[in-house]
Design a protein around this ligand. Structure first.
Ligand code: TIU
Length: 226
């Protein structure tokens, strides 16, 4: 990895993001079949999962550049142990779903590690050497060693992409912010089942002088790196 190169200015809101090459990881949140494909956990919550597919292209482009530059890439997956010992009853019962976490569906048991639905979609499959953080909550820092792994790689900044904007992405950005990371969220590389929550989630990140971080687009990030 290349560290301490000159910062690159990425046009962003509320003001330009000074991207530090080699200190900035791409953190890809929960791009799993369970959230993006029919028959998975996202659909069991009553959502139109087709809405999330727009993020695949922008994330693929960012990922290709991060890999080509040998910058750090981290993937996360939301899911539970097969014995569900890490699943709280609050999470299992929320929404009174007809099919709950751990129940069987067309892609195996919903949101259970190792099941087909738990896998990251083929387009964004992790490569050997790219850490995959398994998390049982919405935030990627809670009950994981993500912070320790980022510290070990001297990462100070995160480009956070994936799904969903107002749930796992937002929770992770908030957790990262409190741990001292500068986060940039490309608006086209995060997606939600709810357009209004997507817009509000991004607005909240950049409000108050960037209370949680910066919002930009994948194109602006790619152009800064070109
Ligand atoms: N339901 C919803 O919008 N999201 C989640 O349950 N998990 C993630 O955001 N990954």
């Amino acid at each position: 990895m290349t560290a301490d190169l000159e910062p690159l200015s990425v046009p962003a809101e509320p003001y330009a993001f000074e991207l530090k090459p080699g200190r900035c990881a791409l953190l890809i949140i929960d791009m799993q079949r369970d959230f993006l494909e029919a028959g998975g956990f996202g659909e069991s919550l009553g959502n139109d999962v087709s809405r999330l597919r727009t993020v695949i292209g922008p994330i693929s482009h960012l990922l290709a550049v991060w890999r080509a530059r040998r910058f750090s890439v981290f993937h996360t997956r939301e899911g539970h142990r097969s014995d569900l010992s890490d699943l709280t009853s609050a999470k299992k019962n929320r929404g009174r779903p007809t099919r709950a976490i751990g129940d069987s569906g067309p892609m195996g048991r919903l949101l259970v590690r190792g099941e087909p639905g738990h896998a990251i979609i083929a387009e964004l499959a992790p490569r050997e050497g790219e850490p995959v953080i398994d998390k049982c909550g919405k935030g990627a820092f809670w009950a994981t060693d993500l912070h320790a792994q980022l510290q070990a790689s001297s990462i100070q900044q995160l480009i956070v992409v994936g799904v969903t904007t107002e749930v796992c992405v937002h929770t992770t950005v908030r957790e990262a912010n409190d741990r001292g990371y500068d986060c940039l969220v490309p608006s086209d590389a995060v997606g939600s089942y709810f357009p209004e929550f997507h817009a509000a989630g991004l607005a909240m990140i950049k409000a108050q002088g960037g209370i949680f971080g910066w919002v930009s687009t994948s194109r602006h990030v790619l152009e800064a790196l070109a």
